[in-house]
Ligand binder design. Structure first.
Ligand code: AMP
Length: 396
């Protein structure tokens, strides 16, 4: 697979597929611009080579054909301008491949940047439609994919568009190269002990990743909502905690397999429980043996936090995906924040994947201490599952 450095892009029109799907607050302000900052290296490389740069991204899930302002990429253009610290303005098209985009693209000079509107305003994007992909491709001489977070989707700007560029005219950008290198290097050749910390809401979303990880890691630490399916499989009363009853057998199988393979398997030993899913309610810190009927576990307890820290002590490589509790509510965020600190303070290679997990790390102020924080949750999970991503397959 080629990287942008292998392409002869000097002075040419370059289409860069970015992932600018950044979170915004209720007033439309961007609350975390990590994904925009991550794209800067590739964009700057193109500016330095006098390219005409066409940027494209999806943003959330608008109804195709309906140009609602809340789904517009206009705030991204502004933030990008601030972060790039360039004099020239960034041209914002008010459509995706319509007359405005085409006219603005035709007028571009060396080093100019044009941001197309939200790709998902066009129905063809999510349908991997070739006609739409061709319209995008016609805007440029080169195609660069730097949208790691969207690479697990077979969409027009990720997949179909690559058919219109030959091997010398398409490549991955710097961010994408970094993401793939980190994940594949860590997963294929980890320095041991290699520990996987897995949390989040459900086992179902991460079952394949967990199964694949068992073949690679030395220890698995499970937290978050998914722990309760494992605890129930062990026969504990878990009250109203999140449980996937149909996966109890699979959970048992995973634990048996871990034992057979001599993988150390850690579950919480205590939990923060509440009678309802709310921040303003009574909470109790209890051992898992004592979860009352009708109550639900919403975070790991302090004993689990200490136990997990011990388990991480000798780790040389740690991969973390999924919070330890309902971290969005302050009362149930301590387990996740502590886990972030434990991982950040370890002397190991630390890879964090997943939007929620990256959020926790930011909240904890640990982002700079981690070796690598991935920008793409779903895509990084697919890599851990051992699956080929459509966006990468298309570039091979
Ligand atoms: P995921 O998308 O599967 O990584 O899950 C992330 C979500 O899991 C977050 O929104 C958390 O609030 C949620 N979560 C973590 N622990 C629990 C729990 N014990 N009960 C319910 N939800 C949880």
């Amino acid at each position: 697979m080629k990287t942008i450095k292998d392409l002869k892009i000097d002075g040419k029109r370059v289409f860069i597929r970015c992932d600018f799907n950044v979170p915004k607050d209720e007033f439309g302000n961007i609350t975390d611009d990590r994904r925009i900052r991550s794209a800067l290296q590739t964009i700057r490389y193109c500016i330095d080579r006098d390219c005409k740069i066409i940027l494209a991204s999806h943003y959330e899930r608008p109804q195709p054909g309906q140009y609602e302002e809340k789904f517009s990429l206009a705030p991204v253009a502004k933030r990008l301008h601030t972060l790039l610290k360039i004099k020239n303005e960034i041209y914002m098209a008010n459509d995706v491949v319509g007359t405005d985009a085409q006219e603005k693209a035709a007028k571009m000079g060396a080093g100019d940047i044009l941001l197309l509107e939200n790709l998902r305003y066009e129905a063809g994007e999510t349908k991997d439609d070739e006609a739409f992909a061709k319209q995008l491709a016609d805007l440029a001489d080169f195609y660069v994919n730097d949208a790691f977070g969207a690479c697990h989707r077979k969409h027009a700007s990720i997949h179909a568009i690559t058919k219109f560029f030959d091997q010398d005219h398409k490549a991955v950008g710097f961010l994408m190269e970094k993401e793939i290198t980190f994940f594949s290097k860590v997963i294929e050749h980890p320095i041991r002990p290699f520990v996987a910390v897995v949390g989040g809401s459900k086992v179902s979303g991460k079952l394949q990743a967990l199964t694949n990880l068992l073949n690679k890691v030395d220890k698995v630490i499970i937290g978050g909502g998914m722990a309760f399916t494992f605890l129930k499989a062990q026969g504990y009363e878990v009250g109203n905690s999140l449980v996937e009853d149909d996966l109890i057998d699979e959970a048992k199988e995973i634990m048996v397999k871990a034992k057979e393979m001599d993988i150390k398997f850690y579950l919480p030993v205590d939990v923060v429980v509440a009678p309802e899913f709310s921040e303003n309610t009574t909470v109790k810190f209890l051992p898992i043996q004592e979860i009352p009927k009708g109550w639900m576990g919403l975070d790991i307890g302090p004993a689990s936090s200490r136990l997990f820290r011990e388990a991480l002590n000798d780790a040389q490589t740690i991969i973390w995906n999924g919070p330890m509790g309902v971290y969005e509510m302050d009362r149930f965020s301590k387990g996740s924040i502590d886990m972030s600190h434990h991982i950040a303070q370890s002397h190991s290679t630390t890879i964090v994947g997943g939007g929620d997990t990256a959020d926790v790390v930011n909240k904890a102020g640990d982002a700079d201490e981690m070796t690598f924080v991935s920008t793409g949750g779903g895509a990084s999970l697919k890599l851990i599952e051992g699956e080929e991503l459509p966006g990468l397959e298309a570039l091979r």
